[in-house]
Each structure stands twice: as structure tokens, then as C-alpha cells.
Ligand binder design. Sequence first.
Ligand code: NAD
Length: 409
Amino acid sequence: MTDRDEGKALTGTNEAEAPLQSTRRRFLGQAGLGLLGAGLAGTTLAQSLAPTEKPSTTPEEKQPLPPEKRIGWAVVGLGGFALGQAIPALRQARKSRLVALVSGSPEKARRVADQNGVDLRNIYSYQNFDAIRDNPEIDVVYIILPNGLHAEYSVRASQAGKHVMSEKPMATSVAEAEAMVDAARAAGKKLMVAYRAQFEPRHVEVARLTRARVLGHPRAMIGEFLQNQGDPNQWRQNLKLAGGGSLVDVGLYPLNFSRFVLGEEPTQVAAQISTPQGDPRFREVEDRVAFTLTFPSGVVGHFMRGYSAHRSARFRVMSERGWADLDPAFQYEGNTLRVGRRVGQQEGSDLRNVENKSQFVLEIDELSSAILEAREPKTPGEEGVRDHRIMEAIYQSAREGRTVSLTMG
Ligand code: NAD
């Protein structure tokens, strides 16, 4: 199983979806409310968890733009994620539309173009990629190639005068990531990293609850993302193409999300790596990585990621007066948020109902909105550079067997 399987929800704990406005009623009315609802006797709990400010209108909620006014996207690399998630999301987007494809397989590109209404003249190969500079229909280049190719195609796209969306991880080193940021800046174009968890509504709700101190001051976090890698010959097991093992692939999700949840940058990292000998999957890349991050507010986060265990993806923030728990977390669909707190002498927890929206559509339309509104996108290239600095410190800590201090620029 690989990252490609991320979209498969793990459990059947999916509650029926309803808009945020009805959350208060449902929260108190659910049979499972138990101690919490009983203890609160009224609307206290719901009010304390409800947004204090009206949520800002997301691009998805605004009227869709007519096709000729939308931002034109070219997808580079027609592999599992592009075909399974990115292109379907572009079909649902409100401000973005698919206008071009870049692929090493002309037959596949023609088939995908036919299925998605892309003009056959807008199909490119990796060889004639730079000719996109002459195509005014293309505004954004979405790079969905193996990690080791992101930097090259991102820099070339910037030099061709295009905005860039890069899949995660944005590169395979800090130096590559910085080169991507520099190229976009020199071209006066935008560069965004596809950190989908920052758009997924339940994950966003955890960040809101934490940053607004709804459950008091956050004290600790635990996050994990493990899965069993299959074919030892896939590019994810090749160091040059992947840039690392489980840390840079699935491990980046809890790492980036922990920074997003707190709105803080870690100051220290301590890490350990465990890789089985003789397993052909781990000739070049690591298996399990455990690391601890310390944040300026004193929050300590402990994280585990791996490539040799049955799929498990969770994230929990523990605060003074309660906890917020995503289990599963980081899925394409089916993420479930449970909030627990103490009321009087009793402990209780309940599912938090959050409106369902496609994280991929929100993410794609965020970059198009940023272009249309001449502002920075929510997860710009600099955000990815910070993650690469932390990942390099994690590898250094594990290698040298000591805590490493981080200074973020
Ligand atoms: P994939 O192997 O399914 O697709 C990779 C594509 O790149 C294929 O079309 C392949 O033909 C092409 N390619 C071009 N040059 C290549 C080369 N030298 N070696 C191998 N393939 C080459 O991979 P994927 O799962 O689609 O992942 C692509 C990117 O998307 C990665 O950066 C990955 O981290 C990211 N991804 C993100 C998510 C997410 O949830 N955001 C999920 C899966 C993958």
C-alpha cells in the first residue's frame, strides 16, 4: 500500500454531514453526547466550541466563475494522484479549470484530455515542456511528479512565466526548495505547496479550537502516519527520486499540521530512526521515524511515521481543559474529529460535526483566488522551505543522537 491509498477511509465512524449552523443542535442532541451534554445542561458546551467569529467565505462558497474567467491549470505527471484526486478536483473547482497536460505517454495524455475536455493542442511532453511559455491559456503549472523532479519542473515553470502548485514534499532538500522560491520570486509569480490538511475542514477546526484556546492552552500533541509500503522498486523507495523515506512522504503531514495547529515554529527537535536490515524496501530510504518537537510556548509534540506497519493515521492536541482528536486523520475522506473535556466531576467526549468540503477543491481554488486577488496563497513556497529545514534537522538529530536546535528564518 502506498501514499496513493490515502483516500480510503479507515473506519465507518462517519457521521452524517450537516452545515456548521446546525452543529450546536446536533452536538447537544446526539444520543452519544452522554456526560458532556448532561453535565452542561443547556448550550454551554456548544457555545464554547462554536466559532467566535463568523467564518470567512471560502472560494468554494462564492459563485463559480464562468470558464473564460477561470485560472487555467496545466497538470504535469499523470500518475495515481493526478488521475485519482487532482484532476477530478479541478473538474469541481469554482475558479480553476484544467487546460493542459504534460506527460511522457502521448496515448495516456490524449485519453485524459478527451475525458476532461482539454484541447489536444495543449498536450506537452517532458521534452517540449518549456513551450508552455507560449501558451497564454496556462496560468498555473501543477507538479505531480516524483519528489525528486519537483524542483526542476517548478523552476522551469517559473522561468516560463507561470505560477506553480507543487505537490508535497515540495523538494528533496532545503537548497532545492529555496531555489524554487527564488525562481518564482524572480519571475514575479506565485508558488504554493499542496498542503491539503490545511484545507480539510476537520483539520481546520482543530486548528481553530487550538488557536482560539477554546479548550484552554495547548500542552502536547501526538501524531502518527504509518502504512505498509509494497513494491520495493517504486520511486518512493529510490532516494534520489523520493528524497527520503516515510518522513518526507507520509511523515510530512503531521509535521506540517503541528505547525499549522499551533501557529508556531518549533525550536528543538530530537529524533530516532529505525530501519530493518535486509528488507528490500529499505535499501535506500528509512522506515520508522520518531521525533519530538518543542515549540516556544512550551508545547511538546511527539510524532511517529513509518513504512512497515498497518495503516494508522491519527492526530491529537491535548489542552488544559480538553482534547481534540482526529482519528483517522489525513485521509482523503472520512476524517473524524472527536472533542473531549471535563465538565464538573465528569469526563466526556463527542463527535464534532463539521461541514464536508473537498480539501482538494479548496486548495486548488485558493491558489487561483490568490492570483485573481493579487495576494499570497495560504501555503506559499516559504512554508515548504521551513518543513524541509525541520526534516533536515530530524535526520541530523537521528544521525548524531542528540537534540538539534532550530532557528527559523
Ligand atoms: P505515481 O508514481 O502514481 O505518478 C508519478 C507520475 O510521474 C507518473 O505519471 C510517472 O509516469 C511520472 N514520471 C515522470 N518521470 C518519472 C520518473 N523519472 N520516475 C517515475 N515516474 C515518473 O506517483 P503519485 O502517487 O501520483 O505521486 C506524485 C506526487 O504526488 C508525489 O510528489 C507525491 O508525494 C504526491 N502525492 C500527494 C498526495 C496528497 O495527498 N497530497 C497523495 C499522493 C501523492
